[in-house]
Ligand binder design. Structure first.
Ligand code: GTP
Length: 322
């Protein structure tokens, strides 16, 4: 059965300050880190062994996920002292499992994507085509902000094109790749490599069989604060979500797809909208909170107004509009 690799070692610069203390894939989205959502998706596709390719704030992952047994999975951790880029990270992670002789495919997920696509169907497509590599493609309304990936009528990838004013297709790389071990062997060891800018274009140029699996499903890159809030709202839906053991005081009104983590306390007569509130947070009475990210274990005093802010136990910073 295929082995999973989650790319979770990036700096998450565009999400600062939310990523000051938490790696982007560990930020709660509707009460659960993206990484946990991806583990569940991998498990659904029958993948039971997953390697977390970590670097920035790598120490945050292990206490949360441990050996994976809580999810009925086997989790391994690859830590890059210096970030090796998306390609270098894959090579470094695969080295944990004797990949060179492996007949199993590797299913690699960018750690900052919420995707409802069918990983099993992508694997079937990969095997049917006897491909060396297969990436999920998604069509976006405006592809100008992305590199685009033209394919022929069978789905074979013709090229990897950088961002351009007039994209030749609206199909973009959706951040889920299936690689045979021979593709991973081709990535140089201990070297910074970008999978998008180096590995994929080289594979296509050298005539390897690279396929695009097209599936239009829910898809969101949570790389900016605006997108992170949107992702959380999309999962919460109308109203709001409250985790186990949290309490909400009398007269408080919570709206706009807000999510509240576990064991948090909201005082009386608060107004909270479009916000993400972590675990173990204490919010006083008569507080107004909107468009804000309240990190785990933060405290907010009575009568506070928190608008467009990132609050952690040690920080209180504006979130820039993006
Ligand atoms: P920005 O700094 O805001 O661009 O974000 P990022 O670099 O964290 O993420 P980006 O969208 O560029 O990368 C896609 C995925 O790959 C994210 O889940 C990152 O965590 C991960 N990633 C990026 N660079 C590395 C790296 O050098 N090592 C590892 N292990 N993962 C990486």
């Amino acid at each position: 059965m295929a082995i999973g690799i989650l790319l979770v070692g990036g700096m998450g610069t565009r999400l600062k300050p939310l990523t000051n203390q938490t790696p982007k894939p560990m930020l709660p989205v509707a009460g659960m880190p993206v990484t946990e959502r991806q583990l569940l998706a991998a498990k659904k596709a029958g993948i039971n062994t997953v390697i977390l390719a970590t670097s920035y704030l790598s120490e945050v992952f292990t206490p949360y996920f441990g050996d994976g047994s809580k999810w009925g999975m086997k989790l391994l951790y690859a830590v890059e002292e210096q970030p090796l880029g998306t390609g270098g990270a894959i090579r470094n992670a695969a080295a944990l499992v004797d990949f060179a002789d492996s007949a199993e495919e590797f299913v690699i997920l960018n750690g900052d994507i919420l995707s409802g696509h069918n990983i099993s169907a992508q694997l079937d497509f990969h095997r049917r085509n006897q491909a060396d590599a297969t990436l999920h493609l998604i069509e976006v309304a405006d592809a100008r902000a992305f590199g685009c990936v033209p394919t022929d009528s069978n789905g074979r990838v013709l090229d990897f094109l950088e961002k351009m004013e007039r994209p030749v297709t609206n199909a973009i790389n959706a951040g889920c790749y299936i690689f045979n071990s021979s593709v991973i062997s081709q990535i140089p060891e201990n070297t910074v490599v970008s999978i998008e800018r180096e590995t994929f274009p080289q594979l296509v140029k050298s005539g390897r069989s690279v396929f695009g699996y097209s599936e239009q499903s829910y898809w969101l890159d949570i790389g900016t604060p605006f997108a992170l809030f949107q992702g959380s709202r999309d999962i919460v839906g109308e109203g709001f979500l409250v985790g186990q053991g949290s309490q909400i005081g009398e007269g408080s009104v919570i709206t706009g797809g807000t999510s509240i983590g576990q064991s948090s306390t909201i005082g009386a007569n608060c107004r909270i909208t479009n916000s993400i509130i972590g675990d173990g947070v204490q919010i006083g009475n008569s507080c107004t909170i909107s468009d804000s990210f309240i990190h785990h274990h933060s405290q907010i005093a009575d009568n506070s107004k928190t608008l467009g802010k990132y609050i952690s136990p040690t920080e209180n910073l504006p979130i820039s509009a993006q």
